[in-house]
Design a protein around this ligand. Structure first.
Ligand code: SAH
Length: 200
């Protein structure tokens, strides 16, 4: 599968119907997901690896990993409605080497080779991004994690304290569709970074 095919496949996945403001249910844009996942794949972080997608939402990141040859993917998501859509999305391909876990990420305890996560940005629930980072660093040595560029200093301080260091950094203009009542423009763009971090 080429990057373009991956982006097309991911663009056809179903999204949140009624995103919850409190949980900041912003899906990763399919082009951005494909770009980040393709980089990870070329960097040999995906093929034959056991991967956790924390705060999986409708599953775009973990599904991309499966399509790129992950050995196993754990989707961890606390919201039942998101899980229902995720279930449908995983019917769209043949690979069955995944588990969907309807729990808070704090209750997920398996060790994995890689964590991919686009967690809530911590705008509504303070420091929920930190909670995801802390969890991820407990279960793996390698992480791709998305956060608002605005929170860069906080994020970098957090993972450095957790004895992780950055190897790569990407910046994206994240399109946020007008799915929530409080959004004024049709599509708003916010600057989002993706950090690849590894244990010291
Ligand atoms: N990773 C997906 C979804 C991003 S939105 C994507 O990239 O498209 C963030 C997701 O995290 C939401 O689906 C929200 O329900 C979930 N979430 C928030 N707090 C959580 C927690 N404590 N445990 C598990 N999932 C959580």
């Amino acid at each position: 599968m080429a990057q373009k095919d991956l982006a097309i496949f991911l663009s056809k996945l179903e999204l949140f119907q009624t995103p919850e403001i409190k949980s900041e249910q912003y899906p990763t844009d399919s082009e951005i997901a494909a770009e980040m996942l393709w980089f990870a794949y070329m960097n040999e972080d995906i093929e034959e690896q056991t991967i956790a997608d924390l705060g999986a939402g409708t599953g775009i990141l973990g599904i991309g990993c499966l399509l790129l040859g992950a050995k196993k993917v754990f989707f961890v998501e606390k919201d039942k409605k998101a899980i229902n859509i995720l279930n449908k999305n995983t019917q769209k391909f043949d690979k069955k080497t995944y588990e969907i876990i309807n729990k808070d990420v704090l209750d997920f305890k398996k060790k994995v080779d890689l964590v991919v996560q686009n967690p809530p940005f911590g705008t509504k629930e303070k420091h929920v991004d930190k909670k995801f980072l802390e969890k991820a660093t407990k279960i793996t040595k390698k992480i791709y994690t998305f956060h608002k560029v605005e929170t860069k200093r906080f994020i970098e301080k957090t993972f450095e304290q957790l004895k992780f260091k950055m190897t790569h950094y990407f910046e994206f203009d994240f399109p946020i569709k007008k799915t929530m009542k409080h959004h004024k423009k049709k599509v708003e763009r916010i600057k989002v970074g993706c950090w690849r971090i590894v244990k010291h």
